[in-house]
Design a protein around this ligand. Structure first.
Ligand SMILES: [Zn+2]
Length: 76
């Protein structure tokens, strides 16, 4: 598996996912991801991307400004 952008080596590691939804800032910590050792580009598997989407939707309903959640603790 190599980087889509620079063909660098991808390394499996956890990272933080941040998104801004309608002025609500959501941070998801410890997300399993693949990080390029050359350019730092972060990508996710389809499974992880789906779960992130569900977490963001759930959190957005409950929080109005800023939320920090742990991917590993989420059951979304
Ligand atoms: Zn890269």
């Amino acid at each position: 598996m190599s980087c889509f952008f620079c063909k660098g080596m991808l390394q499996e590691q956890t990272s933080n996912f941040m998104v801004d939804v309608d002025n609500c800032f959501i941070i998801v910590k410890n997300v399993p991801s693949r990080v390029c050792s050359q350019c730092g580009e972060i990508s996710y598997t389809d499974e992880v991307a789906d779960k992130l989407e569900r977490i963001v939707k759930e959190v957005r309903k409950a929080v109005s400004e800023v939320a920090i959640v742990n991917y590993q603790d989420s059951v979304a």
